[in-house]
Design a protein around this ligand. Structure first.
Ligand code: URA
Length: 229
């Protein structure tokens, strides 16, 4: 090592030591690089989705609907499929159910921009019908790729379609909601779909219990992280 390199290495070490003494345990550069990498991989995936013809739903789409929010999210919400408003806007959960979801996120003390929102299907089924099993099968690899790239701390599955797609189980949402399941090592909480809550307002009380569970899981992960660092 040349003298100049040794001097630079010493200066860098001293700088890191002074940051550590000031309580900085994670260098933002590392986080920024990770965020850039995620953003790049998600953009590549979005291009693939936009060109997808794996099932006939592409014929009716105005826009493929991929995601909203941040790739650096600690929490991901997974819905069913875009509706008319989402197909026109190219953004998930912007219609009436979306407005309720936004309220639910705000009630949790978060903002839409702090979470990541996506769906099982990326194209709208005609007349908003329930996705067919073959459509879910064709589209699921995109959702799985999104979740693997974001790797959130908690996933909240909205409704039976998202819960079944991710867990492969169909016990019925009533039996599964409010419990902590797991998707590839990530805690997953199933809850009611906001569209169901619009039709059945009394179920909002149970949904709020589920969201409190999600909050508890997020706080527990944060507690573990500050304990280690
Ligand atoms: N319902 C969903 O499941 N997803 C949306 O994006 C909108 C409504």
């Amino acid at each position: 090592m040349t003298q100049e390199r040794r001097r630079l290495a010493r200066a860098l070490r001293q700088h890191v030591e002074s940051l550590r003494a000031a309580g900085v345990s994670v260098l933002p550069l590392r986080r920024a690089a990770a965020d850039d990498e995620r953003t790049g991989r998600l953009a590549a995936l979005a291009r693939e989705v936009a060109a997808c013809r794996r099932c006939p739903l592409y014929r009716g789409r105005t826009h493929a609907v991929i995601s909203d929010g941040t790739p650096a999210a600690r929490l991901v919400f997974v819905g069913e499929a875009p509706g008319r408003d989402e197909d026109l806007a190219g953004v998930p959960f912007v219609g009436a159910a979306g407005q309720l979801l936004t309220k639910m996120i705000t009630a949790m003390g978060l903002a839409r921009k702090d979470v990541y929102i996506c769906n099982v299907l990326k194209d709208r089924p005609p007349q908003n019908r329930t996705p067919l099993p073959e459509e879910v099968e064709a589209c699921l690899p995109f959702l799985e790729a999104q979740l693997e790239i974001v790797r959130p701390q908690v996933i909240c599955a909205l409704g039976a379609v998202a819960t079944k797609a991710l867990l492969g189980q169909s016990l019925g949402l009533m039996k599964m909601r409010g419990q902590v399941r797991e998707w590839r090592g990530i805690p997953l909480v199933p809850t009611f779909h906001p569209a169901y809550l619009l039709r059945n307002p009394p179920a909002k009380r149970q949904a709020w219990e589920d969201l409190k569970l999600v909050k508890k899981l997020l706080s527990a992960v944060r507690g573990q992280q500050s304990g280690v660092r």
